[in-house]
Ligand binder design. Structure first.
Ligand SMILES: [Zn+2]
Length: 495
Protein backbone atom coordinates (compact mmCIF):
# COMPACT_ATOMS: atom_id res chain seq x y z
CA UNK A 1 0.00 0.00 0.00
CA UNK A 2 1.30 3.47 -0.87
CA UNK A 3 0.59 6.87 0.49
CA UNK A 4 1.67 10.24 -0.74
CA UNK A 5 4.21 12.08 1.36
CA UNK A 6 4.71 15.80 0.94
CA UNK A 7 8.18 17.17 1.39
CA UNK A 8 10.25 19.58 -0.70
CA UNK A 9 9.60 17.33 -3.65
CA UNK A 10 6.56 15.14 -4.11
CA UNK A 11 7.27 11.50 -3.41
CA UNK A 12 5.52 8.28 -2.62
CA UNK A 13 6.55 6.07 0.24
CA UNK A 14 5.61 2.78 1.74
CA UNK A 15 2.58 3.51 3.91
CA UNK A 16 4.08 2.02 7.06
CA UNK A 17 5.72 4.69 9.12
CA UNK A 18 6.67 8.28 8.52
CA UNK A 19 8.92 9.66 5.85
CA UNK A 20 11.98 9.40 8.03
CA UNK A 21 11.47 5.91 9.39
CA UNK A 22 10.42 4.69 5.97
CA UNK A 23 13.16 6.52 4.15
CA UNK A 24 14.65 3.37 2.71
CA UNK A 25 11.26 2.49 1.18
CA UNK A 26 10.50 5.87 -0.31
CA UNK A 27 11.16 6.89 -3.87
CA UNK A 28 10.54 9.91 -6.00
CA UNK A 29 8.05 10.07 -8.78
CA UNK A 30 7.51 12.97 -11.13
CA UNK A 31 4.04 14.21 -11.96
CA UNK A 32 4.24 13.06 -15.52
CA UNK A 33 1.80 11.36 -17.84
CA UNK A 34 3.25 8.00 -16.76
CA UNK A 35 2.20 8.62 -13.14
CA UNK A 36 -1.39 9.04 -14.29
CA UNK A 37 -1.25 6.03 -16.60
CA UNK A 38 0.69 3.53 -14.52
CA UNK A 39 0.10 4.49 -10.89
CA UNK A 40 -3.41 5.93 -10.55
CA UNK A 41 -5.19 2.95 -12.20
CA UNK A 42 -3.54 0.55 -9.72
CA UNK A 43 -3.49 2.71 -6.60
CA UNK A 44 -5.92 1.41 -3.99
CA UNK A 45 -5.70 4.43 -1.66
CA UNK A 46 -8.34 6.96 -2.64
CA UNK A 47 -6.60 9.97 -1.05
CA UNK A 48 -3.38 9.19 -2.97
CA UNK A 49 -5.28 8.95 -6.24
CA UNK A 50 -6.86 12.35 -5.57
CA UNK A 51 -3.56 13.98 -4.64
CA UNK A 52 -1.80 12.60 -7.71
CA UNK A 53 -4.67 13.75 -9.91
CA UNK A 54 -4.66 17.28 -8.47
CA UNK A 55 -0.87 17.58 -8.62
CA UNK A 56 -0.81 16.40 -12.23
CA UNK A 57 -3.55 18.68 -13.60
CA UNK A 58 -2.33 21.72 -11.64
CA UNK A 59 0.54 21.80 -14.14
CA UNK A 60 -1.81 22.65 -17.00
CA UNK A 61 -2.54 26.28 -16.30
CA UNK A 62 -3.16 29.43 -18.25
CA UNK A 63 0.20 29.43 -20.12
CA UNK A 64 -0.43 25.93 -21.38
CA UNK A 65 -3.91 26.77 -22.67
CA UNK A 66 -2.62 30.03 -24.17
CA UNK A 67 -0.15 27.98 -26.29
CA UNK A 68 -3.00 25.74 -27.44
CA UNK A 69 -4.97 28.85 -28.40
CA UNK A 70 -2.10 30.11 -30.54
CA UNK A 71 -2.00 26.82 -32.42
CA UNK A 72 -5.78 26.89 -32.97
CA UNK A 73 -5.66 30.51 -34.16
CA UNK A 74 -2.93 29.77 -36.72
CA UNK A 75 -4.91 26.81 -38.09
CA UNK A 76 -8.18 28.76 -38.11
CA UNK A 77 -6.58 31.48 -40.19
CA UNK A 78 -4.94 29.04 -42.58
CA UNK A 79 -8.20 27.13 -43.14
CA UNK A 80 -9.98 30.38 -44.06
CA UNK A 81 -7.22 31.26 -46.52
CA UNK A 82 -7.58 27.83 -48.13
CA UNK A 83 -11.32 28.37 -48.54
CA UNK A 84 -12.65 26.22 -45.69
CA UNK A 85 -15.04 27.16 -42.89
CA UNK A 86 -12.70 25.72 -40.25
CA UNK A 87 -9.54 23.62 -39.86
CA UNK A 88 -11.53 20.45 -39.16
CA UNK A 89 -13.37 20.78 -42.50
CA UNK A 90 -10.02 21.13 -44.27
CA UNK A 91 -8.52 18.04 -42.64
CA UNK A 92 -11.65 15.89 -42.95
CA UNK A 93 -12.26 16.64 -46.64
CA UNK A 94 -10.28 13.62 -47.98
CA UNK A 95 -12.04 11.09 -45.68
CA UNK A 96 -15.01 8.83 -46.44
CA UNK A 97 -18.26 10.66 -47.03
CA UNK A 98 -19.70 9.72 -43.64
CA UNK A 99 -17.04 11.90 -41.95
CA UNK A 100 -16.19 14.39 -44.67
CA UNK A 101 -16.74 17.54 -42.63
CA UNK A 102 -16.99 18.51 -38.96
CA UNK A 103 -20.76 18.14 -38.76
CA UNK A 104 -20.70 14.68 -40.33
CA UNK A 105 -17.87 13.62 -38.01
CA UNK A 106 -19.78 14.89 -34.93
CA UNK A 107 -22.83 12.99 -36.05
CA UNK A 108 -20.79 9.81 -36.45
CA UNK A 109 -19.48 10.21 -32.88
CA UNK A 110 -23.06 10.62 -31.65
CA UNK A 111 -24.25 7.56 -33.61
CA UNK A 112 -21.45 5.44 -32.19
CA UNK A 113 -22.08 6.71 -28.66
CA UNK A 114 -25.70 5.56 -28.90
CA UNK A 115 -24.41 2.01 -29.39
CA UNK A 116 -21.61 2.29 -26.84
CA UNK A 117 -23.34 4.21 -24.05
CA UNK A 118 -25.39 1.31 -22.56
CA UNK A 119 -22.22 -0.71 -21.90
CA UNK A 120 -20.41 2.29 -20.37
CA UNK A 121 -23.45 3.25 -18.26
CA UNK A 122 -23.88 -0.27 -16.92
CA UNK A 123 -20.18 -0.52 -15.95
CA UNK A 124 -20.21 2.91 -14.28
CA UNK A 125 -23.38 1.94 -12.38
CA UNK A 126 -21.59 -1.12 -10.98
CA UNK A 127 -18.60 1.04 -10.00
CA UNK A 128 -20.90 3.45 -8.19
CA UNK A 129 -22.24 0.45 -6.28
CA UNK A 130 -18.71 -0.13 -4.95
CA UNK A 131 -17.44 3.44 -4.68
CA UNK A 132 -20.58 5.32 -3.65
CA UNK A 133 -20.03 8.61 -5.44
CA UNK A 134 -17.68 7.97 -8.36
CA UNK A 135 -15.31 10.92 -8.75
CA UNK A 136 -13.09 11.44 -11.77
CA UNK A 137 -9.76 10.78 -9.93
CA UNK A 138 -11.15 7.35 -8.91
CA UNK A 139 -12.54 6.33 -12.28
CA UNK A 140 -9.35 4.78 -13.74
CA UNK A 141 -8.94 2.60 -10.62
CA UNK A 142 -12.51 1.31 -10.81
CA UNK A 143 -12.13 0.54 -14.52
CA UNK A 144 -9.05 -1.49 -13.54
CA UNK A 145 -11.16 -3.50 -11.09
CA UNK A 146 -14.09 -3.76 -13.47
CA UNK A 147 -12.02 -4.75 -16.51
CA UNK A 148 -9.90 -7.24 -14.54
CA UNK A 149 -6.77 -5.39 -15.66
CA UNK A 150 -4.68 -7.55 -13.34
CA UNK A 151 -5.37 -10.42 -15.74
CA UNK A 152 -3.76 -8.36 -18.48
CA UNK A 153 -0.60 -8.41 -16.39
CA UNK A 154 -0.93 -12.20 -16.09
CA UNK A 155 -1.15 -12.46 -19.88
CA UNK A 156 2.13 -10.51 -20.07
CA UNK A 157 3.84 -13.65 -18.69
CA UNK A 158 2.92 -15.25 -22.02
CA UNK A 159 4.26 -12.39 -24.14
CA UNK A 160 8.09 -12.35 -24.03
CA UNK A 161 8.91 -9.55 -26.47
CA UNK A 162 11.33 -11.24 -28.86
CA UNK A 163 9.33 -14.44 -29.25
CA UNK A 164 5.98 -12.62 -29.37
CA UNK A 165 7.33 -10.50 -32.23
CA UNK A 166 8.35 -13.59 -34.21
CA UNK A 167 4.99 -15.29 -33.63
CA UNK A 168 3.05 -12.11 -34.39
CA UNK A 169 4.74 -11.66 -37.76
CA UNK A 170 3.88 -15.27 -38.52
CA UNK A 171 0.18 -14.67 -37.72
CA UNK A 172 0.17 -11.46 -39.74
CA UNK A 173 1.91 -13.25 -42.60
CA UNK A 174 -0.88 -15.83 -42.68
CA UNK A 175 -3.51 -13.07 -42.66
CA UNK A 176 -1.81 -11.26 -45.59
CA UNK A 177 -0.17 -14.10 -47.61
CA UNK A 178 3.36 -12.98 -46.90
CA UNK A 179 6.33 -14.51 -45.09
CA UNK A 180 8.55 -12.66 -42.65
CA UNK A 181 11.97 -14.31 -42.60
CA UNK A 182 14.11 -13.29 -39.65
CA UNK A 183 17.61 -12.37 -40.79
CA UNK A 184 20.55 -13.37 -38.60
CA UNK A 185 21.77 -10.60 -36.30
CA UNK A 186 24.56 -8.74 -38.02
CA UNK A 187 26.93 -6.11 -36.78
CA UNK A 188 26.60 -2.40 -37.30
CA UNK A 189 29.50 -2.60 -39.77
CA UNK A 190 27.48 -4.87 -42.04
CA UNK A 191 24.03 -3.25 -41.92
CA UNK A 192 24.30 0.19 -40.36
CA UNK A 193 21.78 -0.85 -37.69
CA UNK A 194 22.77 -1.37 -34.09
CA UNK A 195 22.49 -4.87 -32.62
CA UNK A 196 19.09 -4.17 -30.99
CA UNK A 197 17.35 -3.86 -34.37
CA UNK A 198 15.58 -7.04 -35.60
CA UNK A 199 15.72 -7.35 -39.38
CA UNK A 200 13.18 -9.30 -41.45
CA UNK A 201 13.07 -10.07 -45.14
CA UNK A 202 9.46 -10.04 -46.36
CA UNK A 203 8.54 -12.48 -49.12
CA UNK A 204 5.38 -12.69 -51.19
CA UNK A 205 3.39 -15.83 -50.36
CA UNK A 206 2.04 -17.45 -47.19
CA UNK A 207 4.39 -18.78 -44.48
CA UNK A 208 2.75 -22.24 -44.54
CA UNK A 209 2.13 -24.87 -47.24
CA UNK A 210 3.89 -25.71 -50.48
CA UNK A 211 4.39 -22.08 -51.49
CA UNK A 212 5.89 -21.18 -48.08
CA UNK A 213 8.27 -18.28 -48.39
CA UNK A 214 8.86 -19.01 -52.04
CA UNK A 215 7.69 -15.72 -53.49
CA UNK A 216 9.51 -12.63 -54.62
CA UNK A 217 11.08 -10.34 -52.06
CA UNK A 218 8.75 -7.47 -51.18
CA UNK A 219 11.34 -5.73 -49.03
CA UNK A 220 12.73 -5.49 -45.53
CA UNK A 221 11.41 -4.46 -42.12
CA UNK A 222 13.74 -3.17 -39.40
CA UNK A 223 12.16 -3.39 -35.95
CA UNK A 224 13.69 -1.41 -33.10
CA UNK A 225 11.99 -2.77 -29.99
CA UNK A 226 13.44 -0.47 -27.36
CA UNK A 227 13.65 3.26 -27.23
CA UNK A 228 16.20 5.44 -25.58
CA UNK A 229 14.66 8.11 -23.40
CA UNK A 230 15.40 11.44 -24.93
CA UNK A 231 14.56 14.28 -22.57
CA UNK A 232 11.72 13.36 -20.26
CA UNK A 233 9.29 11.48 -22.52
CA UNK A 234 9.63 8.35 -24.63
CA UNK A 235 8.90 8.75 -28.33
CA UNK A 236 5.58 7.51 -29.70
CA UNK A 237 5.81 4.31 -31.76
CA UNK A 238 5.76 4.73 -35.51
CA UNK A 239 6.42 3.24 -38.94
CA UNK A 240 8.60 4.97 -41.51
CA UNK A 241 9.08 4.13 -45.18
CA UNK A 242 12.81 4.81 -45.51
CA UNK A 243 12.98 4.02 -49.22
CA UNK A 244 10.98 1.74 -51.53
CA UNK A 245 11.11 -1.74 -49.96
CA UNK A 246 12.63 -0.62 -46.65
CA UNK A 247 10.47 0.07 -43.57
CA UNK A 248 11.68 1.07 -40.12
CA UNK A 249 9.47 0.41 -37.09
CA UNK A 250 10.35 2.25 -33.90
CA UNK A 251 8.34 0.63 -31.11
CA UNK A 252 10.14 2.55 -28.33
CA UNK A 253 9.28 0.08 -25.57
CA UNK A 254 11.08 0.44 -22.30
CA UNK A 255 14.09 -1.90 -22.35
CA UNK A 256 14.26 -4.64 -19.66
CA UNK A 257 16.84 -4.46 -16.90
CA UNK A 258 20.09 -6.30 -17.50
CA UNK A 259 19.51 -10.07 -17.60
CA UNK A 260 15.70 -9.77 -17.44
CA UNK A 261 13.19 -10.96 -20.03
CA UNK A 262 11.09 -8.20 -21.53
CA UNK A 263 7.39 -9.07 -21.18
CA UNK A 264 4.81 -7.20 -23.24
CA UNK A 265 1.46 -6.04 -21.92
CA UNK A 266 -1.44 -6.91 -24.25
CA UNK A 267 -1.48 -3.19 -25.23
CA UNK A 268 2.21 -3.42 -26.21
CA UNK A 269 1.49 -6.49 -28.33
CA UNK A 270 -1.44 -4.87 -30.14
CA UNK A 271 0.61 -1.70 -30.69
CA UNK A 272 3.31 -3.91 -32.22
CA UNK A 273 0.69 -5.52 -34.48
CA UNK A 274 -0.58 -2.06 -35.50
CA UNK A 275 2.88 -0.88 -36.59
CA UNK A 276 3.58 -4.19 -38.37
CA UNK A 277 0.31 -3.63 -40.25
CA UNK A 278 1.71 -0.32 -41.51
CA UNK A 279 4.91 -2.08 -42.58
CA UNK A 280 3.02 -4.75 -44.54
CA UNK A 281 0.93 -2.08 -46.29
CA UNK A 282 4.04 -0.03 -47.17
CA UNK A 283 5.71 -3.09 -48.72
CA UNK A 284 2.66 -4.42 -50.60
CA UNK A 285 1.45 -1.06 -51.98
CA UNK A 286 2.09 -0.96 -55.70
CA UNK A 287 2.23 2.81 -56.21
CA UNK A 288 4.96 5.34 -55.50
CA UNK A 289 5.92 6.67 -52.06
CA UNK A 290 4.20 9.96 -52.89
CA UNK A 291 1.00 8.14 -53.91
CA UNK A 292 1.15 6.27 -50.61
CA UNK A 293 1.49 9.50 -48.65
CA UNK A 294 -1.47 10.95 -50.55
CA UNK A 295 -3.87 8.20 -49.45
CA UNK A 296 -6.61 9.46 -47.13
CA UNK A 297 -5.97 8.78 -43.44
CA UNK A 298 -8.95 6.39 -43.11
CA UNK A 299 -7.29 4.22 -45.76
CA UNK A 300 -3.72 4.63 -44.51
CA UNK A 301 -4.71 3.47 -41.03
CA UNK A 302 -6.95 0.60 -42.13
CA UNK A 303 -4.35 -2.20 -42.57
CA UNK A 304 -2.71 -1.27 -39.26
CA UNK A 305 -6.04 -1.11 -37.42
CA UNK A 306 -6.98 -4.46 -38.96
CA UNK A 307 -3.72 -6.00 -37.68
CA UNK A 308 -4.20 -4.39 -34.25
CA UNK A 309 -7.76 -5.65 -33.80
CA UNK A 310 -6.89 -9.08 -35.18
CA UNK A 311 -4.18 -9.35 -32.50
CA UNK A 312 -6.78 -8.73 -29.75
CA UNK A 313 -9.06 -11.61 -30.80
CA UNK A 314 -8.94 -14.48 -28.27
CA UNK A 315 -8.39 -17.09 -31.00
CA UNK A 316 -5.42 -15.12 -32.35
CA UNK A 317 -3.93 -14.40 -28.91
CA UNK A 318 -3.84 -18.19 -28.50
CA UNK A 319 -1.61 -18.33 -31.61
CA UNK A 320 1.11 -15.90 -30.51
CA UNK A 321 1.08 -16.03 -26.69
CA UNK A 322 3.42 -18.59 -25.08
CA UNK A 323 4.70 -18.60 -21.51
CA UNK A 324 8.17 -17.08 -21.27
CA UNK A 325 9.48 -20.03 -19.22
CA UNK A 326 7.35 -23.09 -19.90
CA UNK A 327 6.40 -22.27 -23.50
CA UNK A 328 2.80 -23.28 -22.74
CA UNK A 329 -0.16 -21.41 -24.21
CA UNK A 330 -2.27 -19.21 -21.90
CA UNK A 331 -5.35 -20.61 -20.12
CA UNK A 332 -8.68 -19.82 -21.79
CA UNK A 333 -9.54 -17.36 -19.00
CA UNK A 334 -6.74 -15.03 -20.18
CA UNK A 335 -7.45 -15.10 -23.90
CA UNK A 336 -10.07 -12.33 -23.83
CA UNK A 337 -8.11 -9.74 -21.88
CA UNK A 338 -6.53 -8.14 -24.95
CA UNK A 339 -9.96 -7.22 -26.33
CA UNK A 340 -11.14 -3.61 -26.00
CA UNK A 341 -13.48 -2.77 -23.14
CA UNK A 342 -16.19 -0.04 -23.39
CA UNK A 343 -13.87 2.49 -21.72
CA UNK A 344 -11.33 2.07 -24.54
CA UNK A 345 -13.77 3.57 -27.03
CA UNK A 346 -15.32 6.04 -24.55
CA UNK A 347 -11.89 7.55 -23.88
CA UNK A 348 -11.20 7.79 -27.59
CA UNK A 349 -14.52 9.52 -28.24
CA UNK A 350 -13.78 11.99 -25.42
CA UNK A 351 -10.36 12.94 -26.83
CA UNK A 352 -11.39 12.97 -30.48
CA UNK A 353 -14.43 15.11 -29.69
CA UNK A 354 -12.23 17.68 -27.94
CA UNK A 355 -9.89 18.08 -30.90
CA UNK A 356 -12.75 18.05 -33.41
CA UNK A 357 -14.84 20.58 -31.46
CA UNK A 358 -11.96 22.98 -30.83
CA UNK A 359 -11.03 22.92 -34.52
CA UNK A 360 -14.58 23.56 -35.73
CA UNK A 361 -17.23 25.46 -33.76
CA UNK A 362 -14.87 27.31 -31.44
CA UNK A 363 -13.57 30.79 -32.18
CA UNK A 364 -9.97 30.73 -30.95
CA UNK A 365 -9.47 34.42 -31.79
CA UNK A 366 -12.25 35.53 -29.44
CA UNK A 367 -11.52 33.06 -26.59
CA UNK A 368 -9.38 33.35 -23.48
CA UNK A 369 -7.25 30.45 -22.16
CA UNK A 370 -9.80 29.63 -19.46
CA UNK A 371 -12.65 29.66 -22.00
CA UNK A 372 -10.63 27.19 -24.05
CA UNK A 373 -10.29 24.91 -21.01
CA UNK A 374 -14.04 25.17 -20.26
CA UNK A 375 -14.94 24.33 -23.85
CA UNK A 376 -12.52 21.39 -23.88
CA UNK A 377 -14.07 20.05 -20.68
CA UNK A 378 -17.61 20.30 -22.05
CA UNK A 379 -16.58 18.50 -25.27
CA UNK A 380 -14.94 15.79 -23.16
CA UNK A 381 -17.94 15.55 -20.84
CA UNK A 382 -20.25 14.74 -23.78
CA UNK A 383 -18.87 11.19 -23.79
CA UNK A 384 -18.15 10.66 -20.11
CA UNK A 385 -20.59 9.28 -17.54
CA UNK A 386 -18.44 10.68 -14.71
CA UNK A 387 -18.39 14.42 -13.97
CA UNK A 388 -15.13 16.25 -14.68
CA UNK A 389 -13.22 17.39 -11.57
CA UNK A 390 -12.62 21.12 -11.05
CA UNK A 391 -8.90 21.09 -11.89
CA UNK A 392 -9.21 18.78 -14.89
CA UNK A 393 -8.14 19.76 -18.40
CA UNK A 394 -8.61 17.21 -21.20
CA UNK A 395 -5.61 18.79 -22.93
CA UNK A 396 -3.43 17.35 -20.14
CA UNK A 397 -4.27 13.83 -21.34
CA UNK A 398 -4.73 12.17 -24.74
CA UNK A 399 -6.89 15.01 -26.07
CA UNK A 400 -3.82 17.29 -25.87
CA UNK A 401 -1.88 14.96 -28.17
CA UNK A 402 -4.88 14.70 -30.50
CA UNK A 403 -5.20 18.49 -30.61
CA UNK A 404 -1.52 18.87 -31.48
CA UNK A 405 -1.85 16.37 -34.34
CA UNK A 406 -5.04 17.86 -35.80
CA UNK A 407 -8.75 17.26 -36.06
CA UNK A 408 -9.07 14.11 -38.14
CA UNK A 409 -8.95 11.30 -35.54
CA UNK A 410 -12.43 10.25 -36.68
CA UNK A 411 -10.43 8.43 -39.39
CA UNK A 412 -9.41 5.88 -36.74
CA UNK A 413 -13.05 5.35 -35.79
CA UNK A 414 -13.82 4.65 -39.46
CA UNK A 415 -11.00 2.10 -39.47
CA UNK A 416 -12.33 0.36 -36.33
CA UNK A 417 -15.79 0.25 -37.92
CA UNK A 418 -14.51 -1.18 -41.20
CA UNK A 419 -12.33 -3.72 -39.37
CA UNK A 420 -15.31 -4.92 -37.32
CA UNK A 421 -17.11 -5.62 -40.60
CA UNK A 422 -14.07 -7.28 -42.17
CA UNK A 423 -13.57 -9.62 -39.22
CA UNK A 424 -17.21 -10.46 -38.70
CA UNK A 425 -18.19 -11.78 -42.13
CA UNK A 426 -20.10 -14.99 -42.61
CA UNK A 427 -18.52 -18.19 -41.41
CA UNK A 428 -18.02 -20.23 -44.57
CA UNK A 429 -18.89 -23.94 -44.28
CA UNK A 430 -18.67 -23.83 -40.51
CA UNK A 431 -15.04 -22.76 -40.53
CA UNK A 432 -13.80 -21.41 -37.25
CA UNK A 433 -13.17 -17.68 -37.12
CA UNK A 434 -9.43 -18.25 -36.82
CA UNK A 435 -9.26 -20.47 -39.89
CA UNK A 436 -11.31 -17.96 -41.83
CA UNK A 437 -9.21 -14.92 -40.86
CA UNK A 438 -5.92 -16.70 -41.55
CA UNK A 439 -6.96 -18.61 -44.68
CA UNK A 440 -5.04 -18.01 -47.93
CA UNK A 441 -8.40 -17.18 -49.51
CA UNK A 442 -9.20 -14.33 -47.07
CA UNK A 443 -5.59 -13.15 -47.19
CA UNK A 444 -5.73 -13.08 -50.99
CA UNK A 445 -8.82 -10.86 -50.88
CA UNK A 446 -7.21 -8.54 -48.34
CA UNK A 447 -4.17 -8.22 -50.58
CA UNK A 448 -6.13 -7.65 -53.78
CA UNK A 449 -8.72 -5.26 -52.38
CA UNK A 450 -6.64 -3.28 -49.93
CA UNK A 451 -2.93 -3.91 -49.46
CA UNK A 452 -1.77 -4.22 -53.09
CA UNK A 453 -4.19 -1.63 -54.45
CA UNK A 454 -2.71 1.50 -55.92
CA UNK A 455 -5.94 3.54 -55.54
CA UNK A 456 -6.58 6.83 -57.22
CA UNK A 457 -5.74 9.62 -54.89
CA UNK A 458 -5.36 13.26 -55.75
CA UNK A 459 -5.08 14.98 -52.44
CA UNK A 460 -4.17 18.34 -53.90
CA UNK A 461 -7.48 18.64 -55.73
CA UNK A 462 -9.31 17.50 -52.61
CA UNK A 463 -7.69 20.07 -50.40
CA UNK A 464 -7.58 23.08 -52.67
CA UNK A 465 -11.03 24.08 -53.88
CA UNK A 466 -9.44 26.69 -56.16
CA UNK A 467 -7.85 23.91 -58.21
CA UNK A 468 -11.23 22.24 -58.55
CA UNK A 469 -12.59 25.48 -59.96
CA UNK A 470 -9.84 25.33 -62.57
CA UNK A 471 -11.11 21.96 -63.75
CA UNK A 472 -9.19 19.50 -61.56
CA UNK A 473 -11.92 17.17 -60.43
CA UNK A 474 -12.09 15.64 -56.98
CA UNK A 475 -11.94 11.88 -57.10
CA UNK A 476 -14.40 9.82 -55.06
CA UNK A 477 -13.10 8.20 -51.88
CA UNK A 478 -11.36 4.94 -52.86
CA UNK A 479 -13.16 2.72 -50.33
CA UNK A 480 -16.79 1.56 -50.59
CA UNK A 481 -19.39 3.25 -48.35
CA UNK A 482 -19.34 2.22 -44.70
CA UNK A 483 -21.93 -0.54 -44.10
CA UNK A 484 -24.64 0.62 -41.68
CA UNK A 485 -24.36 -2.56 -39.56
CA UNK A 486 -20.74 -1.75 -38.74
CA UNK A 487 -21.73 0.55 -35.84
CA UNK A 488 -23.66 -1.95 -33.73
CA UNK A 489 -21.11 -4.59 -34.84
CA UNK A 490 -18.14 -2.71 -33.40
CA UNK A 491 -19.66 -2.26 -29.94
CA UNK A 492 -21.27 -5.69 -29.65
CA UNK A 493 -18.45 -7.84 -28.35
CA UNK A 494 -16.64 -5.57 -25.95
CA UNK A 495 -14.97 -7.15 -22.96
ZN1 LIG B 1 -1.19 3.96 -37.35
Amino acid sequence: MWELVHSDSPRISNAKGSVNSAKSHSFFISWMFEAMNYIVPYCSVSSTRHQLFEAYYRRFGSDFHASALELLRARQQLAKQLGFRCWADYELRPLSEVAQDSHAASKLFEDCWRHLEPAVASAVQKMKGKAGVLQQPDEAYYWTLHGRAVEALKLAEYLPAEQALERLVDVLGRACNITFRALPARSWWQTGWHSGVRCFEVLDGPPLGIAAGGGRCLGYVYVELYGTWRGTRPLAPGALLLAPGHVYLGLHLQAPSMGMTKLLTPEDATMMAHELGHAVHMLCFSGSAQEFQDLPLDLLELPSTFAEVLATKPEVVGEYARHHQSGDGPPNSLLQVAQANPNFFAQKLQSWNVSLGLHSDFDAFAATPSELQDRAVSLWQRYSKVAASGSFSPLGEDAGGCLALGANQVAYLLCYLRTATLLRGKSAQGKSALKRWLSPDAAGKLRAQLLDQRFNSERLATLLPTLQEEGMSQLPHPLPPLPSESKPGLFQNLR
